[in-house]
Design a protein. Structure first.
Length: 132
């Protein structure tokens, strides 16, 4: 069953969860970095970015791409999954095709959520675009 979130009463709650999800990754990165006595500049050099960017990421003022998070995890000798919060029952399972909510984007574009909510830090989407 497709759920159109544009008409769902939970849209505000979902938007709030999306705004909150980045908080945890930055805090984890900072906690691991400081526990290992790695400076912002050292981590930035290992990752190939700036100390300013790492600082903004840790303070939740900026987001990072999946590739940047993979480089950060590698620099800290972690798996990328170690940067994300674990749920009580383990990782969320991917939604089956019939249960995936359709998220409105624009005419000719469809964005479908593939992961179950609430995930606080990482969600998987599929995007489809009409030809032309």
């Amino acid at each position: 069953m497709k759920v159109d979130l544009a008409t769902s009463p939970d849209v505000a709650a979902l938007a709030a969860a999306d705004a909150d999800k980045a908080k945890h990754v930055g805090g984890r990165i900072k906690a691991i970095r400081t526990a290992r006595r790695i400076s912002l500049r050292q981590l930035a050099d290992m990752v190939g970015t700036t100390a300013s960017f790492i600082s903004q990421l840790e303070r939740n003022l900026s987001g990072a791409s999946a590739s940047t998070l993979m480089r950060i995890a590698a620099a800290l000798d972690l798996g990328i999954n170690d940067l994300f919060e674990q749920t009580e029952g383990g990782f969320h399972k991917v939604l089956t095709r019939g249960d995936r909510p359709l998220l409105p984007i624009s005419h000719g574009c469809r964005k479908t959520l593939l992961s179950r909510r609430p995930i606080h830090e990482f969600e998987v989407y599929s995007g489809d675009f009409d030809v032309g």
